[in-house]
Design a protein around this ligand. Sequence first.
Ligand SMILES: Nc1ccn([C@@H]2O[C@H](COP(=O)(O)OP(=O)(O)OP(=O)(O)O)[C@@H](O)[C@H]2O)c(=O)n1
Ligand SMILES: C[C@](O)(CO)[C@H](O)COP(=O)(O)O
Length: 241
Amino acid sequence: MTTAAILVAAGSGTRLGHDRPKALVALGGVPLLLHAARALAGSGCVSRVVVVAPAGHTAAVAGHFPDGVVPGSAVGVVLVPGGASRQASVAAGLAALDDDVDVVLVHDAARALATPALVRVVETAVRAGHAAVVPGLPVTDTIKEVGPADPAGAAPVRGTVDRTRLRAVQTPQGFVRATLEAAHAAGAARASDEARAATDDAGLCEALGVEVWVVPGEVDARKVTEPTDLALAELLLARRV
Ligand SMILES: Nc1ccn([C@@H]2O[C@H](COP(=O)(O)OP(=O)(O)OP(=O)(O)O)[C@@H](O)[C@H]2O)c(=O)n1
Ligand SMILES: C[C@](O)(CO)[C@H](O)COP(=O)(O)O
């Protein structure tokens, strides 16, 4: 029984707007991807991490993992270059897993402050018998379904969704390896086109008819997408020390 993690870090970070790929942007002086890798290693349940690096930046990424391990741990790191979409990057990570791995956690470098405790909760739920597990939080805004927007950008409301039935899902997402591989194989045609690619791995499993389970997520696992998210992450990090 071996659990490995795929840490997807190959995105460009267009919405964050920095001069380097988002995963290499510093949070409290440490790159996002290193925060995320430390949480995976610190969970105690992850034996290896496959880091999916931005094309053209593999040397910079490797520099953060001297001796081929997550710093401060004995958890080995393998580096692979990413793809055109998040889905393609996860597929590249899947292809690099060792044969003994039976459970896979897929984690966004952009969710840098997800805690080791959350990693354990997800992994435990998979080991307990759920083939696909995602962390999620209740939605706090009222959600409207809308029609096409007019030229000024205003869109007509088509309805109000029952938010008690909704969850905003996070990573790490956990899977029985064979389930995740089957889901990626079935959805492979979508991976090269960002517009058609799955936005998360659980979605690929759902498309295959696999039941996906949600466990409680955490505020700290919020995704760094835009500059205000990075500012908020700095506050969350400062609160920890
Ligand atoms: N081709 C891609 C695209 C995304 N990701 C990773 O998937 C996670 C979630 O993606 P997102 O937050 O959307 O990152 P970016 O694609 O970099 O953001 P943007 O859309 O603003 O460019 C990130 O850790 C990102 O590095 C990846 O590995 N490969
Ligand atoms: C996987 C994810 O973080 C779950 O919420 C999310 O779907 C990533 O989406 P993005 O469009 O790649 O940021």
